[in-house]
Structures are given as C-alpha cells and as structure tokens.
Design a protein around this ligand. Structure first.
Ligand code: NAG
Ligand code: NAG
Ligand code: NAG
Ligand code: NAG
Length: 331
C-alpha cells in the first residue's frame, strides 16, 4: 500500500502492487531531497513506464521510472483470471469498475522486470557503464493480490505449500533484478488485507477476516527470512523491509493519534461499509477523506499512504528492518 502514493494523481486509492524504481545517478543528497519532496507532495513522482518517451531518458532531471500495475502479483496468473472478477465484485454490481473491465491490462511482475530491462538497456546506451543501477533504489510492494486470489479461490493447495511457491516466485524475481544490476531494495510486505472494507463485509460482526490476515503475517515472516538469506548470499545487497501488517494494524487498533476516525468503512463506495462496490460517479462519497483509512473497498486514502511513506522512511525496527528507507537511500 505504501509507496504507491508516489505514482498516481489523483493520489487516492492507488494500486498496491508495484515496482517503483528510483535512479540515484546524481548526488545522494539531491536524491534524498527529491524523496522528501515527494513525501511532501512537492515534486512529480517518477513517470509510468508506459508514458515514457525515449528522449526523457536523456534528460538531466530524469530520476526514475514507475512500473507499477494495479492488480498484478508475484504469480503471472494473478490478476488475469476470472477469479479476479469475483474478487473485484460482480460486473452487475459495478458496471463502471475499471478493474473488472480491464483485467487483460494487468502487467505481471515478470513483465514489469522485462520493461525495466528495456529501460536499463537504453540508459546504458546513453550513459554507459555500471553506474546505472548499482546505486538505484528499487521499491517493490507486491503480494496482496496473490493472497486475495488464493483465499477466494478455495484452493485445495495447502496454505504452507502456496506460500512456499509464492516466495519461490519472489526469490526468482529478485534474482532477475540482481542479474540486471539491482542492489538496493525497499520492500513492502502485505498489509492486513482481511481488514479491507471489501473483506470485512464477509464477517457478520464487520471484523477483519482472520484467515486472510494470518496469510499476510505468514507472508511477512517468510519474506523476512528470504531477504536475510539473499543478503547473506550476496554481500553487496542492501534492503529495508517494511512491515505493512504492523504499520497498518497499529493504526487500526489506535486510530485517533493518527487523525483517523473511520478505519472500517471506505470513503467512496456503496453498500455495507461502502465495501460492496468500487468508487464511481454514483457511489457515496465521504466529506472528510483525511479521517478515513480506506479510500475505496481495497485501497488506502492519500492520508494513509502518506503516513505509510513517512513510517517507511523514518520508522523504527517495529515497522521496518534491518534499516529504514532513509538509511537505505544513504547506504
Ligand atoms: C528503448 O530503445 C528502443 C530501441 O532500442 C526504443 O524502441 C524504445 O522506445 C526505447 N524505450 C525507452 C523507454 O526508452
Ligand atoms: C468458496 O467458498 C465460499 C463459501 O463456501 C463460496 O461462497 C464461494 O463461492 C467459493 N468460491 C469459489 C471460487 O468456489
Ligand atoms: C470476525 O470478526 C471478529 C471480530 O469482530 C473475529 O473475532 C472473527 O474471528 C472474525 N471472523 C472471521 C471469519 O474471520
Ligand atoms: C485531521 O483531520 C481534519 C479533518 O477532520 C483535517 O482538516 C486535518 O487536516 C487533519 N490533520 C492532519 C494532520 O492530517
């Protein structure tokens, strides 16, 4: 959920699954200023790959590319099956909901990495040498859509086995990025997705779906182990792993200090908890979105995303390990 506030405008309800790549070809200090400015919303975020022009790579101010794609997952199949239609609500209920119409347009993580390979080839041709990726930051936030689809498919694959295959896929993606020169990773695990309005409506008490949250917790533990293993195998890898579960559950359990008064219902949507359909021109819209954790049935508000970004950058070991994103940027 976190860094995805960077790529989109309007910022509300940005997609969760992404690679955001920041090149720090220039001074680290200048780079940090850019990031901090981005947190404050003062400067444009990296352009999406699909809108990138060949000549923008030559610009002096070129600072990164966003490959993120809503609905994508670690598994190539995630976001591309009819299951995701169910996940996003039936088409009858949400005739205007983009995700159910545009399933084919999901760009899998495999494809995102191929897109990065293209950019890297072009950049290397322009700038030459190894400098292109060694100091660049790779932000990756992915996994929730894989877990959603597994959970709602009532799959006969046991939970442990599914998680093993998911983490194997993650390892392969990271190895491909490392082969392409990536060394610094800012990684965000899966939030308590059982607490989304779209999931709470399946609980008679409107509580979170505990099984889905358990999957998110198990995913984080395995990702933590994977990153530790990979950084011991390859010494020049540096990473910061954001615990999106801890960060978010902390806010849900104690919302007021963070200025949130509504952490169950979505700001925009329809039905119970505004969690039965996507935000559309016909949906309900809350008046005080800054006091809501959820913008729509799945996605956080801009206020929640900013809080997450600040926590990732400056947070302590309860939320981000073994270093935070600010330390990663300087490492
Ligand atoms: C990369 O270079 C290829 C030609 O080698 C060109 O077709 C493509 O548009 C370029 N893409 C970007 C994003 O620079
Ligand atoms: C999974 O099980 C639930 C409850 O038993 C049911 O409502 C749902 O339709 C099932 N989903 C699939 C994809 O079979
Ligand atoms: C529903 O929410 C309650 C808390 O309100 C929780 O105790 C219960 O386990 C939840 N049910 C499911 C199926 O997750
Ligand atoms: C807190 O919420 C109020 C609306 O109730 C809003 O006006 C204010 O900007 C919020 N404060 C912060 C720090 O986000």
């Amino acid at each position: 959920m976190a860094l995805t506030f960077l790529p989109q405008n309007p910022l509300e309800g940005s997609a969760m699954a992404s690679i955001v790549l920041i090149f720090s070809l220039y001074l680290t200090i200048a780079f940090l200023v850019v990031i901090i400015a981005q947190i404050l919303g003062l400067r444009r975020s990296p352009p999406p790959f699909l809108s990138l022009k060949a000549k923008s790579l030559r610009k002096k101010r070129f600072s990164g590319v966003n490959f993120a794609s809503g609905g994508s997952g670690l598994l190539d199949i995630t976001g591309k099956t009819s299951l995701s239609l169910m996940k996003f609500g039936t088409p009858e209920k949400t005739p205007l909901a983009a995700p159910s119409v545009n399933q084919k347009n999901v760009v899998s993580l495999t494809e995102q990495i191929q897109q990065f390979a293209t950019v890297k080839r072009n950049l290397t041709a322009i700038k030459g040498g190894r400098r292109v990726t060694k100091k660049s930051l790779f932000f990756i936030s992915i996994g929730s859509n894989d877990l959603f689809e597994y959970y709602h498919s009532n799959s006969s694959i046991p939970k442990e086995e599914f998680l093993t295959s998911l983490l194997l896929a993650y390892e392969n993606h990271l190895k491909n990025l490392i082969d392409l020169g990536a060394r610094k990773f800012g990684i965000i695990s899966v939030a308590p997705i059982g607490c989304c309005p779209s999931q709470r409506i399946h609980n008679t008490t409107s509580g979170c779906l505990e099984d889905l949250n358990d999957l998110a917790v198990a995913f984080h533990a395995r990702l933590d182990a994977l990153m530790f293993k990979m950084s011991s195998e390859c010494k020049d890898i540096k990473y910061a792993l954001g615990n999106a579960f801890e960060m978010t559950i902390n806010v849900i359990q104690n919302p007021l200090p963070f200025n949130f008064t509504q952490v169950e219902a979505a700001c925009c949507g329809a039905g119970k908890l505004n969690g039965e359909s996507f935000c559309s021109p016909y949906a309900n819209l809350c008046l005080n979105r800054d006091n809501y954790l959820f913008w729509d049935l799945y996605h956080p508000t801009q206020a929640a995303s900013k809080l997450a970004a600040v926590t990732l950058f400056n947070g302590g070991p309860q939320f981000v390990t073994p270093i935070n994103f600010a330390q990663l940027a300087m490492a």
